[in-house]
Design a protein around this ligand. Structure first.
Ligand SMILES: Cc1cc2nc3c(=O)[nH]c(=O)nc-3n(C[C@H](O)[C@H](O)[C@H](O)COP(=O)(O)OP(=O)(O)OC[C@H]3O[C@@H](n4cnc5c(N)ncnc54)[C@H](O)[C@@H]3O)c2cc1C
Length: 384
């Protein structure tokens, strides 16, 4: 009889190899937990290094406890950003309303730069996980006892489980679930650029200027500023996600005639190719796993930038998946089922709020919606 070594208490046969596709919050956190559970983990990331940039990540609610369980809360606290005030502006720079930073000591809530959290998670797995940068998966074949993976350089390897943590446009999702479109288009586009300039507004302040169908946003820090542009579009726009000139032209078409700080923001946007541009969408799937492949984070349940929770949901998802795997040993079907069952009500709730009040607050569609938002701001009823 074959005797298999198992890692202490966890029931994972020693040498069980698993693959994680994507090295951002979902991928790094999933890799962390899988290594803790005793799996031999490889991470494959299409970019040549960690993909940096973007707005800060909110750490609150369950995410605090999860980071504490990961032993990373002190590292996160050391990088926490000062509390931030949000000002809603008119085109002539008048202040329509202000939402002060939450200072309630009971309600622990942090903001941390996206890059700082990536570095903390990466440091936590370095050495215990294999990482392949600049590589991707070309094909996946779900078999009864493994997943046969063909990488983009033609090499092949079998893994016990594969985890798609490759974001909103996940290739793992397409390879494992086929060409069905799980993307729920929310009717808008969002562009974000980070600049080292601090001239546009004071540090630790965010400013938002909305007009029907349009939104511009500035986040000021001690050493940088985030510039955000958003516009509504009833129909999806065809564009190549590598075609920066076309993306920039779309932003100019919507914002060239606008006042406030927009002309200065557009000059920054034109300076180079380093910005984030994507449709505002969610990923809504009836299940997050197929056979031995499971999705984590945006790949399975993108909540959209309007939810302001993409990073924390990825961390919550990775921890939920690990808890389910721990409870069910290597019965991956039971574990993946429990992961979905426990997490999807929370995801549904966040997605519903982003699609309704999130859109109305950030992107009022017309004059009536804008007036209603400003009324709520004036009366202190608006909630983030
Ligand atoms: C550069 C960048 C900037 C962002 N800026 C913002 C922002 O300003 N506001 C906001 O709300 N959200 C932003 N996001 C999205 C945000 O990070 C996610 O919503 C959230 O953190 C969930 O993380 P995730 O790990 O599921 O997905 P993501 O953070 O999107 O990470 C997916 C990872 O998978 C990698 N990948 C993609 N395809 C493949 C493939 N075929 N093979 C292997 N790896 C692959 C990507 O390079 C990336 O590292 C940004 C994402 C990126 C990558």
């Amino acid at each position: 009889m074959e005797v298999r070594q198992v890692s202490v208490e966890l029931g994972v046969p020693v040498g069980t190899q698993v693959l994680v596709c994507g090295a951002s919050f979902a991928g790094l956190a999933t890799a962390f937990w899988l290594a803790q559970l005793g799996y031999e983990v490889t991470v494959v990331e299409i970019a040549r290094g960690l993909r940096r940039g973007g707005t800060p990540v909110d750490i609150e609610g369950d995410t605090i406890g999860i980071l504490a369980r990961m032993g990373l809360l002190d590292a996160v606290r050391a990088k926490v950003l000062p509390p931030r005030t949000m000002e809603f502006k008119s085109e002539d720079d008048g202040t329509i309303g202000v939402m002060a930073a939450q200072q309630d000591a009971k309600d622990e809530r942090y903001e941390i730069h996206r890059d700082d959290l990536l570095d903390i998670l990466f440091a936590a797995i370095e050495g215990s996980v294999g990482i392949m940068f600049g590589r991707s998966v070309r094909e996946l074949a779900n078999k009864s006892d493994s997943v046969a993976v063909t990488f983009d350089d033609g090499s092949r390897h079998d893994y016990a489980l594969v985890f798609g943590c490759d974001g909103n446009r996940s290739r793992t999702r397409r390879l494992a679930f086929g060409d069905a479109d799980f993307s729920y288009f929310m009717g808008g586009y969002f562009c974000l650029k980070v600049v080292p300039d601090t001239e546009l507004l004071p540090p630790n302040v965010s400013q938002i200027f909305s007009s029907p169908g349009l939104m511009v946003m500035l986040n000021g820090y001690e050493d940088r500023t985030d510039l955000g542009f958003g516009f509504r579009s009833a129909a999806k726009i065809e564009y190549d996600h590598r075609d920066r000139a076309h993306q920039r032209a779309m932003i100019h078409r919507h914002f060239d005639s606008r006042g406030w700080k927009v002309p200065a923001m557009l000059r920054h946007l034109d300076a180079d190719e380093h910005f984030y541009f994507d449709q505002i969408n969610q990923v809504r799937m009836p299940t997050w796993s197929n056979g031995r492949v499971a999705l984590v984070g945006d790949a399975g349940y993108c909540v959209s930038p309007l939810a302001g929770m993409g990073g924390s949901i990825a961390l919550i998802g990775a921890a939920g998946l690990a808890d389910a795997l721990l409870r069910h040993g290597h019965d991956h079907e039971a574990a993946f089922g429990e992961y979905h069952l426990k997490l999807h009500p929370f995801v549904d709730d966040v997605q519903d709020r982003a699609a309704t009040s999130g859109m109305a607050m950030m992107f009022p569609a017309d004059d009536a919606e804008l007036a209603e938002r400003d009324r709520q701001l004036g009366e202190g009823d608006l909630k983030l």
